[in-house]
Write a protein that binds this ligand. Structure first.
Ligand code: 8BR
Ligand code: GLC
Length: 486
């Protein structure tokens, strides 16, 4: 399909989903809300950071690829890697010393709502979705301040044995303290000189230094857990995220298995209240492979309907599911990367027994759906185009404050690079007899085993920030999908 034809379909789909989304009664969103301290890294900042570490250490660390940040050189090494590759990453740190070191050497530009669940809750509430019931196990007074003042944004608490829904600002626990992450954003085109290396950042992206204080637990109080089925009248779906914070072992002797079980039990409770509920998990960068595998095989598989992830996360997921070669070819930037990505999506749909898997990349999305999914491929497609429009508005303005605020996404052009990339996939799928040119160009592919939606997306040339765009894409496409379940 030509670009102008896509533009016209974008407009129609946006209007269609915008009106059907009013039928969604509400959505439950958990677990991770935190405060993001955002810093755009300029040439001077990177020079300053490099001056305050041992260059030789950083060189070694770039090679070693630290999966946890324990020292300033670990941090600078991961920042160099992220900038060099233009890839997003989230790396945990268990020590407050890193936070202090960053505070000593950088001044953050702004503090915003962070965490996938926090970002998604604020976005959906601002867009006027019926009810957004948000839950974070560590709601502090300071964290509560970052939730938007919207009447449809509610937090569940148990008072006098009863389940009560209140705005987070009325529901915090004064004994809790906030979790603060550092987000180091960088822009494409910036030149970085490091030791003998000299490179130009290929893409706008960011490195997240995720604090993991000892008190972080992905769980729910037993009295709230027991009452989850009572939410049935308020919600049609749930978006769950934050499982990456589960640790292999805890000081009290419990292990990740205990928290995996708790996570599954909450999903079962949600289904107990409403057997038709749809559960979406928003994946992320998970450094620990034991946890990554457990999340996929034990929480997502069999329990979750829908999974959202970016291309690096697809490779990471394939890697722990035993598809190392495919994982490698998804990220190796070769001619066939997009074909491998598509094949990876097929594996994820099947292996994880999903109803829907939505992969977002810069310039295109691929979404695979199972044959028994009760939503038509046309409606799936509309939901994705809606998601791309909202994401474009968010990339342009940094934040969405109302449904009207999403309209500006329609003016953002469709990515030519994304459209060209899709042509490679088209050639492969047509040549292998998986679909015909016409179906591919319409974005809807039907095969005997699954249906696939493949769309070019809108890309903002100078985004205000990249953090949270993936969350916006997945959450709004998923809610669009929910609005079409009859
Ligand atoms: P994650 O946060 O899950 O990595 O997702 C980021 C997503 O944001 C990418 O997959 C891409 O689709 C989208 N994105 C980025 Br990065 N930059 C964008 C831009 N300038 N305009 C629109 N979307 C963008
Ligand atoms: C992760 C990070 C959080 C960030 C979010 C954006 O949840 O921990 O800091 O805001 O990703 O998607």
């Amino acid at each position: 399909m030509e670009m102008w034809e896509w533009d016209s379909i974008y407009h129609k789909s946006y209007e269609d989903i915008r009106s059907s989304i009013e039928d969604v009664r509400g959505i439950f969103v958990a677990y991770n809300s935190n405060i993001d301290a955002i810093k755009h890294i300029g040439v001077v900042d990177i020079e300053h950071l490099l001056m305050n570490v041992e260059l030789k250490d950083v060189q070694e660390k770039v090679f070693e690829y630290p999966r946890q940040i324990e020292s300033p050189s670990d941090l600078v090494a991961r920042l160099i890697i992220a900038m060099r590759d233009g890839k997003a990453a989230e790396v945990p740190t268990n020590t407050t010393a890193i936070h202090d070191w960053l505070t000593d050497h950088l001044v953050f530009d702004s503090a915003r709502m962070g965490g996938q669940a926090g970002i998604i809750s604020n976005l959906l509430a601002s867009m006027g979705i019926g009810k957004v019931i948000t839950y974070v196990p560590w709601l502090s007074e300071e964290q509560a301040e970052y939730f938007v003042d919207s009447e449809n944004l509610l937090f569940p608490v148990v008072e006098g044995g009863e389940l009560v829904l209140k705005h987070p600002k009325q529901a915090f626990d004064p004994d809790n303290i906030p979790k603060i992450n550092w987000i180091l954003e960088f822009s494409k085109g910036m030149e970085v000189k490091f030791a003998e290396e000299h490179f130009v950042i290929p893409r706008d992206n960011r490195l997240i230094i995720s604090s993991r204080p000892k008190w972080i637990r992905i769980e729910m109080s037993p009295e709230l857990y027991e009452r989850i089925p009572q939410l049935q009248a308020d919600i049609d779906g749930a978006i769950l995220a934050g499982y990456q914070m589960i640790k292999e072992e805890y000081e009290d002797g419990s292990t990740y298995m205990d928290y995996v079980e708790k996570a599954v039990n909450v999903i079962e409770k949600l289904k107990e209240g409403n057997p038709d509920i749809r559960i979406h998990v928003e994946f992320t960068s998970i450094q620990n492979k034991v946890i990554r595998k457990a999340i996929l095989k034990q929480i997502v598989r069999q329990h979750v309907h829908s999974l959202g992830l970016d291309t690096v996360e697809v490779a990471n997921a394939l890697n722990v599911l035993g598809y190392e070669e495919l994982a490698y070819s998804v990220i190796n930037k070769g001619e066939n990367a997009i074909v491998s990505l598509y094949e990876g999506a097929v594996k994820l749909l099947k292996e994880l027994e999903l109803e829907r898997v939505h992969i977002h990349s810069l310039g295109f999305y691929i979404c695979l759906v199972s044959k028994d999914c009760p939503v038509s491929t046309e409606d799936h497609l509309k939901a994705l185009l809606f998601g791309s429009t909202v994401a474009a508005a968010q990339a342009s303005h940094g934040e969405i404050l109302s449904m009207e605020g999403t309209e500006s996404g329609l003016d953002v052009p469709i990515s030519v690079e994304g459209h060209n990339e899709l042509e490679k996939l088209e050639k492969h799928l047509v040549r292998s007899g998986i679909c015909c040119t016409e179906d591919f160009e319409n974005g809807c592919i039907s095969t005997p085993l699954y249906d696939a939606l493949v769309i070019p997306t809108k890309v903002v040339s100078e985004p205000v920030a990249t953090v949270g765009i993936g969350d916006a894409i997945s959450a709004t496409s998923f809610v669009g999908f929910l609005s079409k379940i009859k």
